[in-house]
Structures are given as structure tokens and as C-alpha cells.
Design a protein around this ligand. Structure first.
Ligand code: HEM
Length: 454
């Protein structure tokens, strides 16, 4: 049809979507929120004015796409082409049997008993990080996101490579990830520019960045292998664990690729999550005190371990609520392989389907007072009453986040260490807005003052 209708769901006229394409590049969530307010939780739109998409903030539709009829939905071209171009084909962006095989092997490194052993191995890096942070904090206001990049990269780097990576290298990897993600985002929202990026040599510039990142990872893998692996080393899973079918382990290029995919998946997400958590705590200091009291009661003067961290139920609720308000992955993207239907909405083969996490977390049919920071929503009784797909910070179904347990462990470690040691406050009262590209980032520097408590 002329207006570009692709389904019976409420529709954004194609001309409107073309006019909104620049706005989508600047702040896609703002545009989607306008559409959602006008059209309801599920609507169709031409993404960037070009790509037909069904966008849904309805948990029923998300559950169908991510779990109920998951075989009909593959990760979209964003993952399968744009991300593969820069990250290679690994667990994050492959499909079918190849994905199952890869996920089964890697999942061994994310089981709770494995993570429980990992935590004490990370203690030395964690102490270094806290000392470095203390030096920065004593000099005045801190750029929180910049510091969280250090924490997540060094902790995940240590988890993956079993070594403390030099700060300069980690900063370089962080910058490479950031630049490549911005470039991929530009290609998604302005798909008509892709041929120009190739022709003008811009794509090649980012390929060179990718090669630089690969070389750093490879150097660490080789160094670690020559030093000898520890029993609980994640690299052992990457380089020695045999696949169930062939009985052979991954080869070196695949181990490098997967380790980098994990580093990227774990860094950008947790960095943004932690920045938003600390921001929200600073805006709601009552919870700093509540967490401090809970930590004193549960952990006391003992060292953190996997078990006592997970007994901090109030702290976990604060993290849950921060991930509801500011989910780092604000959307998930899939492509429908065949025509499908859910809740009376037709989804044509070839359409992109977007479980829109940010909107789902604010869907008034499932959440009350949606903009309020209220960790109490995650009390067990209230959570049980909610649709399981109304809360999706780690996605859902078989492709749910592989690193969720590790992410929660790292976030708990950092929040606990910070509230034990500091009182903190924002340097300005002005609220921070969102800047959604591939991830939901703050739209300006989150600047905070940290004062060590007596
Ligand atoms: C707060 C932190 C994190 C958040 C919010 C998050 C969120 C997500 C989401 C929403 C997905 C699903 C994407 C989709 O279905 O298309 C995902 C997938 C994934 N995440 Fe995370 N993630 C986080 C941390 C981590 C960490 C620390 C790691 C590993 C070190 C990790 C590794 C992965 C991998 C490998 C996948 C792909 C799984 C697959 O396709 O089978 N994530 N993550």
C-alpha cells in the first residue's frame, strides 16, 4: 500500500517515518515513545524510513517471538551482517545448529559454580581498581561512565584472559568498541548510506580498528597460553574444552573471536548499567543507606563471595529497577522467516521484529507509575504477579544473555564496594537524559563527587 502498511497493527505512515529518520538517528527511543503513546504497544514503522519493522512493547508478543515460536525468528541483518562485518561470526550473531553448539560450550564458563570460583580470582584486579578510583576521586568530580569502563573492561578482561591487562590497552579496546558501535548504529538508522560508506573508504577505516582490537586480544591469549592456564581459567573453556560432537576444541582464531565478542558484549552493557545505577543511587540517597545497612548485616566485615552477594536482596532490587528504567539493550532485533500471527497481529515473512525493551519496561498495562524509581516493584510477591516478559533487561528465551550471572555478580561487587567506602552525590541537580545508540547511554557526562566515609 502507498502508506507502506505491512501488517494489521497500527502503522506509522511511511512519509512520517522518512521525516523522522534524522530524529531516529539522534534519539530513536524518543521517536518510538511518541509512536507508542499514539498507537499503543505494538505498531509498524519503516525503520530509518526504509526497513519494515513491527515494534512491540507487549510482553505477549515478545514472548511469542523470543520463546514460543523462536524458530521462526533469527537475529536480524543488524547482527547477521553489520555486526558480523566487525565482530566476525560467533555466538552473539550466528544461528541454528552452529549457534547451539557454540552456546553449549561457552555456557560452561557462566555457571554459578564457575563464577563462584572466578570471584576470588578477580580480587587482586578489583583491589587495584578501587585504589585507582580512590586516587581519581580525591582529585574532584569523577566522570562515572569513564571509570565504569575501566572496571568492567578490567574485570571481564581478567575473567576471560586470566590476566590484568594494561590500562592503555584496555582504554584503546574501549575506544575501538565505542567507535565501531557508533558506526554500526549509523548504518542501521541510515541504511541508504551503506554503499557510500563502502565506496568512500569509511568502512575500511573501521575494519582497521577491528584488526587492531583483534591483535590485542590475540597477544593476550598467546601470552596466557605460554604462561600456562590455571584450572579455572575461562581460556581453558575457549581453547581446551571439546565440542560434544567432534571431540575437538575451538581453534585459535575462533577462541580469539569469541573472547572478543564476550568482551564487547560484557563491557558496553555493564558499563552503561553501572553508570545508571550509580546515577540513580545519587538521585535517591535513601537507597545508598539501605544498601549500606544490608551489606553490614549480611556481609559485615567479611570478604564478598558469590553466596553472600546474592543474599543482598534489597541491593539486587535496586539493580533490577535501574535496569528497568535504563535497560542498556533498549531493543532486540529479529527477522521473521515465515508469515506469523500473535494476538491477532500479523507479522509478514521478512519483517524485522523489535521487542522494544525500553517501552516494555514502561508499558502501563504491566507497570504502575512507570517513571518512578521504586525498587519495591521487584519484591518477590509483586514480581510473581507480572507477565514474565514484562521485564527483559537480559532478553528472553533461548538466546537470553549468556553473561547475565556474571553481569549481576560484577554489578553487585562494584555497588557493594562503593557504598561501603563512599558517600556520593551528583555535581548538578539537572537530570541526565538518554542517548540511545546501540546501547542506552547517558546523554552527557555523569559527574559525581565521592567522599570516603569515616
Ligand atoms: C548489565 C549487563 C548486560 C546486559 C543488560 C545484557 C543484555 C543482553 C541482552 C538483552 C541480550 C540478548 C540479545 C538478543 O536477544 O538479541 C544479550 C545477549 C548476550 N550477552 Fe549480555 N548483557 C549484559 C552483560 C553481559 C556479559 C557480562 C556478558 C559476557 C561476558 C554477556 C554476553 C552475552 C552474549 C554472549 C549474548 C548472546 C547470547 C546468544 O545469542 O546466545 N552479556 N545480553
Amino acid at each position: 500500500m502507498f502508506d507502506g502498511r505491512i501488517s494489521n497493527a497500527p502503522h506509522v505512515h511511511r512519509g512520517r517515518a522518512v521525516l523522522d529518520a534524522r530524529g531516529m538517528l539522534r534519539n530513536c527511543v524518543e521517536v518510538f515513545e511518541r509512536y507508542r503513546a499514539r498507537l499503543g504497544p505494538t505498531f509498524t514503522v519503516h525503520f530509518g524510513g526504509l526497513i519494515p519493522a513491527v515494534v512491540t512493547a507487549d510482553p505477549v508478543v515478545a514472548k511469542h517471538v523470543l520463546r514460543g515460536n523462536q524458530d521462526n525468528y533469527e537475529k536480524s541483518f543488524i547482527q547477521a551482517e553489520r555486526m558480523v562485518e566487525f565482530q566476525g561470526a560467533g555466538v552473539v550473531n550466528i544461528h541454528g545448529e552452529a549457534w547451539k553448539r557454540q552456546r553449549k560450550l561457552l555456557a560452561q564458563g557462566f555457571k554459578p559454580n564457575y563464577l563462584a570460583k572466578l570471584l576470588p580470582m578477580q580480587q587482586d584486579v578489583f583491589e587495584e581498581l578501587m585504589l585507582d578510583f580512590d586516587r581519581v576521586a580525591q582529585h574532584g568530580p569523577v566522570n562515572v561512565r569513564q571509570q565504569m569502563v575501566q572496571f568492567t573492561l578490567r574485570l571481564t578482561g581478567k575473567a576471560l584472559y586470566g590476566r590484568s591487562m594494561p590500562t592503555a590497552e584496555l582504554e584503546r579496546i574501549g575506544a575501538i568498541i565505542h567507535e565501531i558501535q557508533n558506526f554500526v548504529h549509523r548504518q542501521i538508522v541510515q541504511p541508504w548510506m551503506i554503499p557510500w560508506y563502502r565506496f568512500s573508504g569509511e568502512s575500511e577505516k573501521y575494519q582497521a580498528l577491528r584488526r587492531e582490537g583483534d591483535a590485542i586480544a590475540l597477544r593476550h591469549i598467546r601470552a596466557r597460553l605460554s604462561e600456562g592456564l590455571a584450572e579455572n581459567d575461562f581460556l581453558r573453556i575457549l581453547t581446551e574444552t571439546p565440542y560434544h560432537d567432534t571431540g575437538l576444541p575451538m581453534d585459535e582464531p575462533m577462541a580469539m573471536l569469541e573472547s572478543l565478542q564476550l568482551l564487547v558484549a560484557g563491557n558496553v552493557t555493564s558499563t552503561n548499567a553501572l553508570t545508571w545505577i550509580l546515577y540513580l543511587l545519587a538521585r535517591h540517597p535513601k537507597y545508598i543507606h539501605e544498601i549500606r545497612d544490608e551489606v553490614a548485616a549480611v556481609i559485615g566485615a567479611n570478604a564478598m563471595d558469590y553466596r553472600n552477594l546474592h543474599q543482598l536482596e534489597g541491593t539486587v532490587r535496586v539493580i533490577d529497577e535501574a535496569l528497568r528504567l535504563y535497560p542498556p539493550f533498549w531493543m532486540i532485533d529479529r527477522i521473521a522467516l515465515k508469515d506469523d500471527e500473535v494476538g491477532g497481529i500479523r507479522i509478514p515473512a521478512g519483517a524485522m521484529v523489535i521487542p522494544y525493551i525500553y517501552g516494555t519496561h514502561r508499558n502501563p498495562a504491566h507497570w504502575q507509575n512507570v517513571e518512578a524509581f521504586d525498587p519495591g516493584r521487584f519484591e518477590a510477591r509483586r514480581s510473581k504477579e507480572r507477565h514474565p516478559f514484562a521485564y527483559l533487561p537480559f532478553g528472553g528465551g533461548p538466546r537470553t544473555c549468556l553473561g547475565a550471572n556474571m553481569a549481576i555478580m560484577q554489578m553487585l561487587m562494584i555497588v557493594v564496594a562503593f557504598v561501603r567506602k563512599y558517600d556520593f552525590a551528583l555535581t548538578t541537580d539537572e537530570p541526565v537524559g538518554i542517548n540511545p545508540s546501540m546501547m542506552l547511554r547517558p546523554n552527557r557526562v555523569v559527574s559525581m563527587k565521592f567522599r570516603a566515609i569515616a
